[in-house]
Design a protein around this ligand. Structure first.
Ligand code: NAD
Length: 302
């Protein structure tokens, strides 16, 4: 029986974080300060709190300075924008991240637009989205960037491959599709209105599943030998009655695919490593230093 190679995102992310930490200490020697990453959390959403804590820990472990701003859920949009404007002009801060989702009374687009694009380490600002679209250097969203790195490490040249991205969010699906297009894949984006998802998935050499629907991608749809990147994080109740996390791809895909990312331990750890990478990239650009050759531009767009 076929057994797919497990693409170990956790191990790859650990390697990258070690390289980033070395690059951070070289930066600090040259510039006289460590790169700084500001993280803003509004409210007390439990999942967001966990994400912010792990981002803060990873930032410190990489030798960067972490500025954490925890705001009450009642904070006004005006106050939040004022804080971002202060961070935009703070020279110790190279990257600004606002943890999403925000409370209903705050306009997410207005908040993202307020971040200086050169400090937009999430890569969500329309300026960075536009740069990605036209294939120019900018800050690229962390999750798709991490997926691309895993794919390139496993497959090498992606040119000419059929890639299907399931999901069209601004955070994952759309930037992922742009990155794959820049790698000369033939890209199809599937979404909630796609008529026959099975048929679309069947032709893919590369499947990126980012719908946030537990095991929506059936192993019978997967072309033998395809590479599967499972972005989904879905909390379900297991047979024992205990909660567990599953991806968007059926577990039996391991019997058909040539390689796949596990959930957890695949894309998730890469997202954090890419956040650190983006913070370092932003810091280097702001200090007038060349980009750290951790993930050279050609890796993203050639
Ligand atoms: P989202 O809800 O913004 O977007 C989901 C997308 O899936 C939509 O574009 C929708 O059209 C599509 N979709 C929904 N149902 C579908 C269906 N039945 N068939 C085809 N497409 C369908 O979510 P998102 O922010 O893009 O995140 C997607 C998933 O990835 C979530 O599970 C999220 O938790 C996970 N995620 C993981 C990481 C990580 O670091 N591992 C980071 C970001 C998001």
């Amino acid at each position: 029986m076929n057994t797919a190679t497990i693409i170990d995102g956790k191990a790859r992310a650990a390697e990258l974080r070690e390289q980033i930490a070395h690059a951070v200490s070289a930066f600090a020697m040259e510039v006289g300060r460590a790169p700084g990453l500001a993280v803003i959390l509004v409210g007390e959403d439990p999942a967001s709190q966990i994400y912010v804590r792990s981002k803060g820990r990873a930032t410190a472990e990489a030798g960067m300075v972490s500025f954490e701003h925890r705001l009450d859920v009642t904070v006004s949009q005006v106050e939040l924008l004022k804080l971002i404007e202060t961070l935009n002009v703070d020279n110790r801060v190279d990257g600004i991240l606002v943890q999403l989702p925000l409370p209903q009374h705050i306009d997410e687009d207005a908040v993202i637009s307020c971040i200086d694009p050169s400090k937009d380490v999430d890569g969500f600002h329309v300026m960075n989205a536009g740069l990605l679209m036209v294939g120019k250097p900018g800050l690229v969203p962390c999750t798709p960037l991490g997926c691309l790195l895993l794919l390139k490490q496993h497959l090498g040249d992606l040119s000419g491959l059929e890639a299907v991205v399931i999901g069209r969010s601004n955070i994952v699906g759309k930037p992922m599709a742009q990155l794959l297009l820049a790698e000369s894949c033939t890209v199809t984006i599937a979404h909630s209105r796609t008529r026959d998802l099975a048929d679309v998935v069947r032709r893919a050499d590369i499947i990126i599943a980012a719908a946030g629907r537990a095991e929506i991608v059936k192993s019978s749809w997967i072309k033998p030998g395809a590479t599967v990147i499972d972005v989904g994080i879905n909390r379900v109740t297991g047979e024992s009655g205990k909660a567990k996390i599953v991806g968007d791809v059926e577990a039996t895909a391991i019997e058909v695919a040539s390689a796949l990312t596990p959930v957890p331990g695949g894309v998730g750890p890469m997202t954090i490593a890419m956040l650190l990478r983006n913070a370092l990239t932003a810091a280097c650009a702001r200090a007038g230093l060349p980009e750290i050759p951790l993930l050279a531009r050609s890796d993203q767009t050639s």
